[in-house]
Design a protein around this ligand. Sequence first.
Ligand code: MHF
Ligand code: KIV
Ligand code: MG
Length: 252
Amino acid sequence: MLTSLNDLPQRKTGGPQLAVLTAYDYPTARLLDDAGVDLILVGDSLGMVVLGMPDTTGVTMEMMVHHTTAVCRGVKRAPVIADLPFDSYSTPELALANARRLMDCGAACVKLEGGVSMLPQVRAITDAGIPFVGHIGMLPQSVKLEGGYKKKGKTAESVDQLIADAQALDEAGAVAIVLESMVPAVATQITGLIKASTIGIGAGSGTDGQVLVTPDLIGSFPWFRPPFAKARADVAGETLRAVREYIAEVQS
Ligand SMILES: Nc1nc(=O)c2c([nH]1)NC[C@@H]1CN(c3ccc(C(=O)N[C@@H](CCC(=O)O)C(=O)O)cc3)CN21
Ligand SMILES: CC(C)C(=O)C(=O)O
Ligand SMILES: [Mg+2]
């Protein structure tokens, strides 16, 4: 059973920061849940760190449904956030229909990328009573449009846009907002301005929580790791060692 999102610790009222990690499969979700993470995100980073795609724009609803179902099977306690993938929320009607599909997999809430420009989609979701998590700052689904991954909040116009995006999502009823790759002072400022919990990634320590891609944390995807992610284990190295040992034993 999933606990209610309302039972989450609230840093804005004196609690600890929320610790959030991604999972894409049953065993990882079960381990994260047992370890005590506050929230588990079935991120569309799935496309890159599990499926080997060059970016997240090739991830489909079918893939998200498949992996969200597996993750929810492994979780007894932590609420699961499911990402709406690229091109799955181009209209409010599509956003709501696809949000419902992910909720039917057992997710506790859904997340999509964008602020003011996505308000009609966000409202369709929140008006239907589906708990919603926002995502602003650097938006990986826009990587092709933007020509790369670029930190946000470096100019006055960019800061104003980020604040407007955060306030719009807050007013639309987002329970939390992911702040990805932005100048730390801007993430701290946004955190003080809104009711929703902010969950930072590459956005400094002034947010209400932190999220990390689990393969970055455990070192199981050594080929690409963002500069802010600290690997605390070397699963890739351990896997290579075990496999080489096995090969040598079989051959001898
Ligand atoms: N393994 C993995 N971890 C992630 O956190 C992650 C993915 N994959 N794939 C989807 C997105 C892409 N992410 C990224 C990608 C690049 C940077 C990056 O290069 N950041 C630099 C450069 C910023 C700039 O040039 O403005 C930085 O210093 O933060 C950060 C996050 C986060 N997400
Ligand atoms: C990086 C996090 C916030 C995400 O959206 C993902 O893993 O897809
Ligand atoms: Mg994502």
